[in-house]
Design a protein around this ligand. Structure first.
Ligand code: DC
Length: 220
């Protein structure tokens, strides 16, 4: 199956994945898929139904039955606009439990692959895109930034106390990197790009150059 150009953007929370992935998709004229929003969408529905995020069977059922409508900047869950609700502290706190659930991961992975095949490629951001979802991606980028920069970015976006947010990010990273099913990890064939002290334009230029070097001349 020819999936077209697939750029995998993985990395920890606050490394700049969404900003970079969207800007890159614009720049290249490709579609953009935020897979974290899907894990957040399942978490939103779980909390809405009053279920425990750690209830493996019930949460797995929610993932299999859920209906998403996802656009570049919005997510509806079973017909309800959840764009803002998937970014609340309650969802932040519960989502890594939902993301550790193998039934949820199996289901969402299937939907992500289907999305890419329907859209003929795209820029896909997440934690396991280059390692598990698209191991044959055209380019794998692993974005990093210092813990303080990552916490400050979250504060700039959503407010809050920087020390408290740094602690919450560290906890989530720990759970995302130590879970048994497709943990966050840097693949040997991924290119590490540090976004700490660089502009979006600089990072995009670097990724474009990396992509050009991987594609035969004359192809998109
Ligand atoms: O990128 P984000 O903060 O929106 O991701 C939300 C959570 O989902 C985060 O705890 C990691 C998890 N996630 C994952 O396990 N696999 C993905 N492909 C994307 C996100």
């Amino acid at each position: 199956m020819n999936l077209g150009v697939v750029v995998a953007i993985d990395g920890p929370a606050g490394a700049g994945k969404s900003t970079i992935a969207k800007a890159l998709a614009d720049d290249l004229g490709l579609e953009y898929l935020d897979t974290g929003a899907m894990y957040r969408g399942v978490t939103f529905e779980v909390l809405k139904r009053g279920l425990e995020a750690t209830d493996v069977d019930a949460v797995g059922r929610v993932a299999r039955e859920i209906h998403f409508t996802q656009t570049r900047n919005t997510l509806s869950v079973n017909g309800v606009d959840a764009t803002a609700a998937i970014r609340t502290p309650a969802v932040d706190a519960a989502v890594s439990h939902v993301a550790a659930n193998s039934a949820v991961r199996d289901e969402l992975r299937k939907r992500q692959r289907q999305w890419i095949s329907e859209h003929g490629g795209g820029v896909v951001e997440g934690r396991d895109i280059g390692s598990v979802v698209f191991p044959d991606a055209t380019l794998k980028v692993y974005l990093v930034a210092t813990p303080m920069v990552r916490a400050q970015r979250r504060v700039a976006q959503h407010g809050g106390d920087v020390v408290e947010i740094a602690r919450a990010i560290a906890e989530r990273d720990e759970r995302d990197s130590t879970r048994s099913d497709s943990p966050l990890r840097q693949m040997p064939d991924a290119v590490v790009v540090d976004t700490s002290d660089r502009s979006v334009a600089e990072v995009i230029a670097e990724i474009r150059a990396l992509l050009a070097a991987r594609q035969p001349q004359g192809s998109t």
